[in-house]
Write a protein that binds this ligand. Structure first.
Ligand code: NAD
Ligand code: ZN
Length: 363
């Protein structure tokens, strides 16, 4: 499957399917990546033993001068220190303005390598080879960033890749917890935009959880497509793009309070989406939204309640630190039907606190 992220002259294709990496050299040639300039492949130390050798061999056979740079796996790697390490590797490998940086990994590697590509020599070409389901999300939209100890994704840029290669084969090594967490973001794309796809996710949970290649490439295709439609209409997040934050207000706060690792991003936003559905109920929208949302996440083995030991006050504080607050009310994404959301600007802190309390009792 192939789709285009439509951004005028910065448009780029996403190739999704089983075994497409075998044609990496052909696709690199098609998209005019240089064989003369050195190329830097960035991956992490968990993905490297699984997939790096294959990618390097295919690139070498295809005549591309690729060097690998391996960073530690995990969120703390999205740092200025690691960025400096990548720049060192890029200089040592002799990268020039015609070079490309290739990200082989999940969202962490994608964001870090993407920011390196955006900033090295004021911007060189960038290719994404996402190896997590969650990275379907980060591979569309061009947001790249590293973290500061005080704030996530605060040092960043918009830098669109030349192309994205999503090979289902690389996903087969994912731990099951990462599979579920990644599917949470896929389901989000259904909930915000596509009722039929949400139903499809409900019907095909078993296949997706078993990493059935056909089901998985369809789900990733739709997930990328929904995100790309939204992003094409609002590349710089002025308005519409905010709908992608369904479940993320509470989700981000939970991640921050639980400490990264206890709750994966996909798990935290599943809880957040159940929260948004509860809020919808309070605003008088269809009761059904909450039931459907919650049952869907339960079916995928995702959490739907806030772990009891997380303190409500701390969760609320974490939310206040998030950028979405303004004078006692906040911008909140609320589902109004399955497949439709609304951006509300009148949700009060008190209402959100109540939802957080309710989510602790959810079972
Ligand atoms: P990740 O990159 O940390 O990957 C999760 C774990 O899975 C890591 O330990 C990794 O080593 C391992 N892994 C990756 N691929 C594997 C494979 N094929 N087999 C076995 N193990 C594998 O995390 P993620 O969930 O992919 O991404 C999360 C990051 O993405 C966050 O930093 C988040 O901010 C970012 N993100 C960015 C955007 C964006 O628009 N730029 C959107 C969503 C998320
Ligand atoms: Zn997310």
């Amino acid at each position: 499957r192939e789709l285009t992220v439509d951004l005028g002259e910065r448009s780029y294709p996403i190739y999704i399917g089983q075994g497409i990496l075998n044609n990496i050299a052909g696709l690199f040639e098609k998209h005019q990546l240089s064989r003369k300039s050195p190329m830097l492949v960035i991956t992490d130390d968990e993905v490297a033993p699984l997939h790096l050798e294959r990618v390097m061999a295919l690139l070498r056979e295809g005549g591309f001068a690729a060097t690998a740079c391996i960073v530690p796996a995990g969120e703390p790697t999205k740092s200025l220190a690691q960025l400096e390490g990548i720049v060192t590797a890029a200089l040592e490998a002799g990268l020039d303005r015609s070079s490309a940086i290739v990200a082989l990994g999940g969202g962490v590697v994608g964001d870090l390598a993407g920011f390196a590509a955006a900033s090295f020599m004021r911007g060189i070409r960038f290719v994404q080879i996402p190896t997590t389901i969650l990275a379907h999300d980060s591979s569309v939209g061009g947001k790249v960033a590293v973290n500061h100890p005080m704030a996530k994704n605060i040092i960043g840029a918009f830098h669109q890749p030349e192309l994205v290669l999503f090979d289902i084969d690389t996903l087969l090594t994912l731990p099951s917890r990462q599979v579920k967490a990644g599917l949470s973001e896929v389901i989000k794309h259904g909930l915000i935009w596509d009722e039929a796809f949400t139903q499809w996710c409900d019907d095909n949970a078993e296949k997706l959880l078993a990493l059935d290649p056909e089901a998985l490439s369809y789900a990733l295709y739709i997930g990328c497509k929904v995100k790309s439609i939204v992003v094409s209409q609002d590349e710089r997040e002025n308005d519409l793009r905010a709908i992608l934050n369904l479940g993320h207000t509470i989700g981000h706060a939970l991640e921050a309070v639980a400490g990264y690792g206890e709750l994966l991003h996909g798990e935290a936003i599943a809880i957040g989406m159940v929260g948004a559905a509860k809020l919808a109920q309070q605003f008088g929208y269809d009761e059904n939204i909450h039931t459907v949302t919650k049952n869907l996440f339960l079916k995928y083995g995702l959490p739907v309640s806030i772990p009891a030991h997380l303190d409500t006050g701390s969760i609320m504080n974490a939310m206040m630190h998030d950028k979405k607050f303004k004078e006692g009310t906040m911008v909140y994404i609320i589902p109004t039907e399955i497949g439709k959301v609304e951006i509300r600007k009148d949700v009060t802190v008190a209402q959100v606190r109540q939802i957080v309390e309710l989510l602790k009792g959810e079972s």
